[in-house]
Design a protein around this ligand. Structure first.
Ligand SMILES: [Zn+2]
Ligand SMILES: [Zn+2]
Length: 108
C-alpha cells in the first residue's frame, strides 16, 4: 500500500493539470448587465465593454452624416468608404474616461 500511494498522487496531479487546461480554454466572461447577452473570452474585453460600451450610446460620430459607432475605427472606415473625398476625422460625443469631479472643477 505504501508503495502504490505516491504513484496514485502523481497520476491524479497529471489528470488535474489536463482538466485545468480544458477549463482555461472554455472559460467565458458574460456581461454583468442582465439586459445584455454579450459574452467574452477575455476578462479585460468584458470589463471594457461593460465600463465603456454596455448600455451607453455610441461614442463616436461621423461629421458628415448621422452614422455613429462605439468604436472610432468603425467611423474612420465608414468615412473612407462613404466620404472618401472629405477629411477623415471623428467627432467624439463624450469621454467615458473623464472623471466627474474634473468637469465640475472651476478653472477660474
Ligand atoms: Zn453588455
Ligand atoms: Zn458618414
Amino acid at each position: 500500500m505504501v508503495d502504490i500511494k505516491p504513484r496514485l498522487i502523481c497520476k491524479g496531479l497529471k489528470n488535474l493539470t489536463d482538466d485545468n487546461f480544458i477549463k482555461i480554454e472554455t472559460v467565458k466572461y458574460a456581461c454583468p448587465n442582465p439586459d445584455c447577452d454579450s459574452v467574452f473570452t477575455d476578462k479585460s474585453n468584458r470589463n471594457r465593454h461593460y465600463n465603456y460600451h454596455c448600455g451607453k450610446p455610441p461614442r463616436f460620430q461621423c461629421p458628415y452624416c448621422s452614422h455613429k459607432s462605439h468604436r472610432k475605427s468603425d467611423v474612420q472606415v465608414h468615412i473612407n468608404s462613404r466620404h472618401r473625398f472629405f477629411r477623415n476625422y471623428v467627432i467624439e460625443l463624450y469621454n467615458p474616461c473623464k472623471k466627474r469631479n474634473y468637469i465640475n472643477k472651476k478653472t477660474e
